[in-house]
Design a protein around this ligand. Sequence first.
Ligand code: AMP
Ligand code: MG
Length: 335
Amino acid sequence: MKTLVLGENEIDKAAEIIKNGGLVAMPTETVYGLAANALDGKAVAKIFKAKGRPMDNPLIVHISDISQIYMLVREFPEKAKILAEKFWAGPLTIILPKSDIIPDEVSAGLDTVAVRFPSNKIAQALISKSMPLAAPSANLSGSPSPTNARHVLDDMKGRINAVIDGGECEVGVESTVITLATDIPRLLRPGGITVEQLREAIGEVVIDDAVLNPLKSGQKAASPGMKYKHYAPKAHIILLEGSDDSFIEYVNSRKANGIAALCYDEDIDRLEVPCIPIGHADDYEMQSHKLFSSLRNADEQGFLTVYAHCPKTDGMGLAVYNRIIRAAGFEVIEI
Ligand code: AMP
Ligand code: MG
């Protein structure tokens, strides 16, 4: 299959591909999404095939107006309304009991559906001109999510009908996922909307165990995606937990060919190995913006082992931590 690269002024062409049951990668403010008509099970099944995504990992449905949620869900409770009013359009996904219109392919057989209203204008235009769009990240399953059109092509060229090139994604990590289909709202994935912001808006929100910890054997994942290996480049990533000084000492003592550091800008001058800096220690926005392209960059440079400086977990730091610890396959060394 030839993969077209479309410009921002070719949304009509992209919408036509969607209407004909095809796949289009689109920019969003979080990462690039691989979109199909969410109401067409056959089209949605192609997403799983193109990505190599396990069929039991459900997809997020993207809308371009809050009112479109009513056809997708059975209930739209007060807390969901508050979150939608406050954080949409934006990087927040809300899980609610699904309506019958949602094909099984989208919900992976669950009784719920994940819904998001992205703020990216290209995504909004494409949704408005076609349908609600089911769209996971537009990478091969397991690899780092794409934050520009080149990343999408690196993974998906020949596997999808088109990509719309909308430049770099602002946020850089996937949306925050919260379920309101449980008694107490539960954070399933941290992202651009922080748990602190969610609690300020609706009160109690519990953080699901799987956000910070690997699933224990036999434990059921609240969000099926959490049980799979994620965001992993080819390089071996190891997370180092300890003081800033011990990070520098530990990495420098392992200086060798193929060793690199995923680090803060402040670390560069002190490190004696190649550095992949992701921003200042307290600039979580920059860190999430740069994280996935940095992981891809580590592979492009052929590094074998990358030691990562452990992020803090307040605010958006939690989203960065959650991605790095998965990229590291939960391999953490306390130093
Ligand atoms: P991605 O589309 O690659 O950003 O991944 C979407 C994430 O949302 C995955 O971790 C899914 O498991 C999760 N997800 C989507 N729909 C649901 C749902 N109905 N219930 C729980 N988790 C969901
Ligand atoms: Mg993904």
